[in-house]
Design a protein around this ligand. Sequence first.
Ligand code: ARG
Length: 447
Amino acid sequence: MWKGRFAQDTSSLVQQFGESISYDWRLFPHDIAGSIAHARAQKNAGLLTEEEFNSIESGLLGIKADIETGKFEFKTSLEDIHMNIEAELTKRIGPAGAKLHTARSRNDQVATDTRLYSRHEAGELIGALSLLQAALVGQAEKHAATVVPGYTHLQRGQPVTVGHHLLAYVEMLERDKSRLADAAKRLNVSPLGSGALAGSTINLDRRAIAAELGFDGVTTNSMDAIADRDYIAEILFAVSLCGIHLSRLSEDLILWCSAEFGFVTLSAAHTTGSSLMPQKKNPDVCELTRGKTGRLVGNLMNLLVAVKGLPLTYNRDLQEDKPPLFDSIDTLKMILAVNTEMIAAMEIRTERCKAAASDPMLLATDLADWLVKQGVPFRHAHELVGKAVAESVKTGVPLDQLDLTAIDPAYTADANSVFNLERALAARTNPGAPSVENVKAQVERWK
Ligand code: ARG
């Protein structure tokens, strides 16, 4: 492609070092769509005849079909997807192919391709996230009324329901979807026409090209358009945060399927055994989700650090944007698919949840609220309940069986009526609180 300037071939070591075709080949549908739109603008500007445009278009579509069916031979010597396609086009259709690169650089080309790819993949991820949400909502519907302790510091706090706990993740995933949609909207402007860095002396209709490719508009500074990769960073951040949410869900499930908690049974299809310990049933999917989230965060760091010291505009370092982007998209897609299947199939052990939630200590806060309703200031009520808790811990008498009236005259015989789990949950009716009614309404909303 640059043989005019050089008297020597590129060393084969440099070719191996510098190639990106081994991974950027997957940009081909976007590269081809971009080239067709670019060629059409050339035709409309009188730079290509109708016949030349037609042969470029059919040549590119033929190459696309060959790549899709595995018949295309990618060459490392042609470095990247852009040059592989262009060289093959010229080989197939002759001189018209050599006109395609007029008023274009691989710099605006690669920025276009990765924007189109990111936009497409953000849509795919949003769809996959909705499926995982549906699996969680399905379990939440079944267990809208299954009481379970809610934890802070991994210590039992207050009663919630399994449905409420699972719907917390549905909320997080909804925000992950909106972050992806937001990133996809912001990146949806066309860099084509920015050239290598300073546009071109040949003016093509940038807006027409953008419209053909489904962009909302065109970039407004040629240097920015080809130098920045913030749109990839945003996708990588949205993907990382989504992974982090799913890593926390994984951690919950790992705890829940331990003998100590015993709140959930994962299906045999989604667990593994041990080659040594015959009794083991391990939550590997959850652990791998947690582990692979490290890769997602690493990929974000990879890109941020690659970009941080670069002078404007394009530097070859930017070729390193694609491996983390592709890896994060692939990894999250896999995480979403496998977790959707696993969540849909898991069994909640209702009895174990109920047994854990029957700990009267979970209603200590409710007892303080009861005192407040009798006119005791909350700080004082907190102290009075603290005394009752201390007494229970010291004597081994469960909190709900203590004679509270012996602790302080603020307690009356009615105080022990607080220790009714069903009533305690039913009282939590404020928006966002876990009364069974509320959880059922949320399930309906999500459905
Ligand atoms: N393979 C290159 C990349 O991914 C394409 C752009 C090359 N531009 C250049 N000036 N060498 O970044």
